[in-house]
Design a protein around this ligand. Structure first.
Ligand SMILES: C[S@@+](CC[C@H](N)C(=O)[O-])C[C@H]1O[C@@H](n2cnc3c(N)ncnc32)[C@H](O)[C@@H]1O
Length: 419
């Protein structure tokens, strides 16, 4: 238990350091690590965690030069990274930040490292200009992505890799999907304007907000008028666009953003599967808020015997698990936790899922393969290998979205099974 007041910077720094340390130990932010933080401090902690992890390559560069010997404690290293991030991004009242970091250090390992934290942060402030100039020669520190990741991007996207990296280092934009069953997009824009929230249309149902907002500020959110969803993710329902009344499978559905979008656009006989029961509950909660309905089941979509009744589907969405290399700004931990070999391992899993789902698609039916990755082995490479195995498969549409100020990075390939 910490004795620090929940609204103090010291508490926020301490909690952010503990979460960063958990990430360095292999845990994912997706495991709701922020849930353990007092709700008063959560926005501040979230900013420190996401910001320091996005900038980890930079912070690590500084620490390597500031420390005389490696640190024995990951929580202290994380505290220094978080404090340096804060000092760099909000350079006012730097001495207060140092003092608050020292108070946070008092809560770790019986306060043994208070002097070290004080000394390292004060050296950082003294040497900040020189260290920042030196950073220009270190590609990992400048790009804030691991070297193998940069090499993959440079090979796949020789003209665009810098844009991809820059987008990955920014805080993500916040976008909404207007529930067209309940409200028109122009009407909803007017409702937002009435509460001083500026937004612009994107795609068929989307709105990008000028500034992120807590969902309780969004008119009608709890009544299902809108959902938070990236415009890149909204392309799935736009591309698959199953006809009203058709039998549709969403095979990797949780947390259910694309399931809901499909149902907002047409009345469907939709089966939503996900491997994990807890994640299936999130699909159900989302559908409940939006007043939509589908059959939701926890199942491994590859094991057809466990869930398939033998009746084929007219449309299948295969939004497969992937490296998430197109959405690093939303999961800044992922780029540091992943290893290069994960690309091949995801590609194998994806191939197994694609193979199984092809089997349940009716002749003449359409399957949309989707990833939120920018690595070709999971995208065009995957499809090329699939086409080599299946003569009846035809590509109707393919698109690779690269992350930018408006959208996350996604890949889509719409395949038709020739009758
Ligand atoms: C990219 S996410 C899906 C996002 C979702 N379509 C949405 O738009 O909200 C991939 C999901 O696939 C699930 N998954 C992974 N392997 C699976 C399998 N073999 N069968 C069913 N679901 C699987 C994961 O639990 C995860 O929830």
């Amino acid at each position: 238990m910490s004795r620090l007041p929940f609204n103090s910077l010291a508490y926020a720094l301490l909690q952010a350091a503990r979460i960063d340390a958990a990430v360095f130990a292999g845990q994912s932010l997706a495991d709701n690590l922020l849930g353990r933080v007092d709700v008063v401090a959560r926005p501040a902690v979230q900013d420190l965690v996401y910001g320091s992890l996005r900038a980890f390559g930079r912070g690590d560069f500084f620490l390597f030069r500031l420390l005389e010997r490696p640190l024995p404690m990951d929580e202290i290293r994380a505290l220094l990274l978080v404090a340096i991030y804060r000092l760099e991004t909000r350079p006012e009242a730097t001495h207060t930040v140092v003092d608050q970091a020292v108070s946070a250090a008092a809560e770790i390992a019986h306060g043994k490292f208070r002097g070290l934290v004080n000394g390292v942060l004060r050296s950082f402030l003294r040497q900040q200009e020189v260290l920042t100039a030196a950073l220009a020669n270190d590609p990992v520190a400048v790009a804030q992505h691991p070297d193998w990741w940069l090499a993959q991007l440079q090979k796949a996207w020789p003209d665009d890799w810098q844009q991809i990296v820059a987008a990955g280092n920014q805080p993500p934009p916040m976008a909404l999907r207007v529930n067209r069953r309940r409200v028109g997009r122009d009407d909803y824009l007017a409702r937002l304007a009435a509460v001083d929230i500026a937004a612009r249309p994107v795609g068929e149902d989307g709105l990008v907000l000028e500034r992120p907002q807590p969902v309780d500020r969004l008119p009608g959110f709890f009544d299902g008028l809108v959902s938070v969803q990236d415009p890149g993710a909204q392309r799935a329902a736009e591309i698959l666009a199953p006809a009203a009344g058709s039998r549709v499978l969403d095979a990797c559905a949780a947390p259910g953003g694309k399931t809901a979008h499909l149902l907002e656009r047409a009345d469907l006989d939709l089966l939503a599967l996900d491997l994990k029961p807890a994640r299936c509950r999130r699909v159900e909660e989302g559908l409940g808020r939006l007043h939509l309905s589908a059959t939701v089941r926890a199942a491994d979509c590859v094991k057809l015997d466990s869930w398939w009744d033998g009746a084929p589907f007219a449309a299948v969405l295969a939004d497969v698990p992937c490296t998430a290399s197109g959405v690093v700004r939303r999961n800044p931990d992922a780029k540091w936790l992943r290893r290069e070999a994960d690309i091949a391992s995801f590609a194998q899993t994806q191939a197994r899922i694609l193979e199984a789902l092809w089997h349940v698609l009716e002749p003449g039916g359409k399957l949309l393969y989707a990833t939120c990755s920018v690595f070709p082995a999971e995208n065009t490479g995957q499809i090329r290998r699939f086409l080599a195995r299946h003569d009846a498969a035809r590509v109707c549409h393919e698109e690779q979205l690269l992350p930018d100020a408006e959208r996350d990075g996604f890949f889509y390939c719409l395949l038709e099974k020739r009758a």
